[in-house]
Design a protein around this ligand. Structure first.
Ligand SMILES: NC(=O)c1ccc[n+]([C@@H]2O[C@H](COP(=O)([O-])OP(=O)(O)OC[C@H]3O[C@@H](n4cnc5c(N)ncnc54)[C@H](O)[C@@H]3O)[C@@H](O)[C@H]2O)c1
Length: 379
């Protein structure tokens, strides 16, 4: 809805100036700025979400414990880009610190919460299971409690495509049951959806869970394939190609994920009036609770993803072919019909375009590494 102004007895020029100001106010949301807590603000997705919210004029409180699961300097560089925004403040805290979280919610009145902080990664959950219970379960409970006690109007939180686990019916639909996770990471994300449902039911807290499908792009995560492959290819080291390169992933570009998060954040979860306990739909509820897939709906075989990267880097990878890793699923593909129906949106960025933008960022962020590697291969 656009704001229009009508003034009587003022010149057309003045009227145009007023209207332009109102249009700006509307664009930047000056009248409606919300106070939003974004957890995992120094992380890959959290950083991009904070930036988008700040650009549209919201007041953002970013929280992160800056843990060393991967290079902390990358997290600090992301934060450095958020700091210039006047409406941004940062809190270093751990979600699992109950006292700190209680104090935060008691001190700041948040309109909305976007919970992206978590221990991510399927493979690491095999080495360090406790990290997943502390951040993803205990931490998430602290978020739910804060939202419940301090009247937050909408909680949006990260789930994952990994909840589909052993399901083989593609594309993965939010209307299918997801009761067979293959890793503790996946189980922790499914547990979040269940925990959120109880709070939506008991306390009428609107909650929306977002199942992201393999997110990639600028400022990405160094533990993920695209980052690892780029580094190895530039340094003439072999890349590990699991499942002999045969698995297909619904790789989703970061800007598409952010658009999906913002749209669902603005679309406060409501009860589904058609929901029935006699034939319970797993994707909605009689409580204000929803889950959505955010994925490209266009899976790409790993070998094609690697080929697109080789094309952008202008050099070939040395490939070490290996079997599927424990905990990994062979194929993913998101059914995004529900997202389309409710928020009129579907990710569109192709892997070719997304990888091009990732490589452009990588070359700018790691110029020495790129030029050293290029010097070594073309002395
Ligand atoms: N990137 C993907 O492909 C993907 C796919 C599916 C789901 N997800 C989920 O999306 C969310 C964001 O993922 P990401 O890729 O940005 O990961 P990320 O690791 O880059 O970001 C997570 C951030 O949370 C912080 N964090 C972790 N535990 C914390 C705690 N206990 N307290 C406070 N801060 C803590 C970390 O320091 C990090 O900066 C996660 O919940 C992840 O599980 C990501």
């Amino acid at each position: 809805m656009s704001i229009k102004c009508f003034y009587y007895g003022v010149s057309k020029q003045l009227e145009d100036t007023f209207q332009a100001t109102l249009n700006l106010a509307e664009t930047y949301n000056w009248f409606h700025a919300m106070k939003i807590l974004v957890t995992g603000a120094a992380g890959f997705i959290g950083f991009h979400v904070c930036k988008r919210l700040l650009e549209r004029g919201e007041r953002v409180i970013g929280l992160d414990n800056l843990n060393n699961y991967y290079d902390v300097s990358l997290k600090l560089s992301r934060l450095a880009l958020l700091e210039p925004f006047e409406e941004f403040s940062f809190i270093k805290a751990d979600l699992s610190d109950r006292a700190a979280m209680e104090e935060l919610f008691a001190t700041v009145e948040f309109d909305r919460v976007v919970n992206l902080a978590a221990q991510a990664g399927v493979r690491y959950s095999i080495q360090n299971p406790h990290a997943y219970i502390e951040s993803n379960i205990v931490g998430f409970l602290n978020i739910l409690e804060g939202c419940r006690h301090y009247g937050v109007k909408h909680l949006v939180y990260a789930s994952s495509s990994s909840v589909y686990g052993a399901n083989e019916t593609l594309p993965f639909s939010v209307h299918d049951n997801v009761d067979h996770p293959l890793s503790l990471y996946a189980a922790s994300k499914k547990a979040n959806e269940l925990m959120a449902h109880t709070y939506s039911n008991l306390y009428n807290l609107p909650t929306t869970g977002l199942r992201f499908f393999t997110v990639y792009g600028p400022w990405g995560r160094p533990d993920m394939a695209l980052f690892l492959f780029t580094d190895a290819i530039l340094n003439n080291k072999p890349i590990k190609v699991f499942n002999y390169g045969k698995h297909r992933r619904d790789f989703t570009f970061i800007d598409d994920i952010v658009e999906g998060i913002i749209r669902t954040l603005d679309h406060v979860a409501e009860p589904n009036p058609e929901w029935s306990g006699l034939k319970p739909d797993p994707g909605s509820s009689k409580a204000p609770w929803r889950v959505y897939n955010i994925g490209n709906n266009s899976p790409v075989e790993l070998m094609d993803y690697i080929e697109a990267l080789e094309g952008q880097l202008g050099r070939s990878a040395i490939k070490e072919f290996l079997p599927l890793q424990p905990g990994d699923v062979p194929d993913t593909c998101a059914d995004v019909d529900q997202l389309m129906e409710d928020v009129h949106y579907k990710p569109e960025t192709t892997v070719q375009e997304g990888i091009k933008r990732f490589v452009a960022w990588y070359r700018e962020y790691y110029p020495t590494q790129v030029s050293d590697a290029e010097r070594k291969s073309h002395p």
